[in-house]
Design a protein around this ligand. Structure first.
Ligand SMILES: Nc1ncnc2c1ncn2[C@@H]1O[C@H](COP(=O)(O)OP(=O)(O)OP(=O)(O)O)[C@@H](O)[C@H]1O
Ligand SMILES: [Mg+2]
Length: 166
């Protein structure tokens, strides 16, 4: 029977991506597919991506300043703190989601740092993904925009079908 062996679900922590995941779970149960959850930390755009992680990152930076009695904190340390907190945030998100899924579904989680657009397209190509289920928009959603830049890039560049959840 022609079904979907592997369904990729790109996750950015948005409600839209969670709705896409619900649909992907339904499809996976129907077709007996494996789910591949992918989260990519946008390495070029760490600040805008990781606003959810910023409060924690500033805690770390303040702590570092206290430890050094107010000595200056370098820009690369700030970047490093944000990257580290963003990494932890992404890993925690994927593992919490994985734990919440029905146990009869085969799930793989992939966590990466890079360009989300390029990484998702390359991964789908490399793995021969049968279907991608993703949100129309994500964390950066702006009212009035139908498709975010990650979803439009993925739709334009992958060979497999893409199911876009609004
Ligand atoms: N960093 C990411 N890692 C994995 N999946 C992502 C990532 N960013 C977006 N996605 C996927 O793409 C979908 C659409 O998000 P997208 O980023 O295109 O829209 P947006 O955040 O509203 O707009 P933009 O990012 O262009 O400002 C999300 O619902 C999610 O499925
Ligand atoms: Mg986005």
């Amino acid at each position: 029977m022609a079904g979907y062996k592997e369904i990729m679900v790109p996750m950015d922590g948005s409600d839209n991506a969670m709705r896409a995941l619900d649909k992907a779970v339904e499809l996976a149960q129907f077709h007996g597919s494996k789910l591949v959850l992918v989260h990519v930390v946008d390495a070029q755009n760490l600040f805008s991506y990781s606003y959810a992680a910023l409060p924690k990152a500033s805690e770390r930076i303040l702590k570092a300043m206290e430890d050094r009695q107010g000595a200056e904190v370098q820009g690369n340390e700030v970047q490093g703190a944000i990257r580290e907190v963003a990494r932890q945030h992404g890993e925690d998100m994927l593992s919490a989601i994985e734990d919440s899924l029905p146990k009869n579904i085969d799930v793989e989680t992939i966590y990466a740092v890079g360009s989300p657009k390029r990484y998702l397209v390359d991964l789908a190509e490399k793995r021969g993904t049968d279907l991608i289920v993703m949100g129309s928009s994500g964390l950066g959603a702006v009212m009035g925009f139908i498709l975010g830049s990650v979803s439009s890039h993925v739709i334009a560049h992958v060979k497999c079908p893409v199911l876009v959840i609004k």
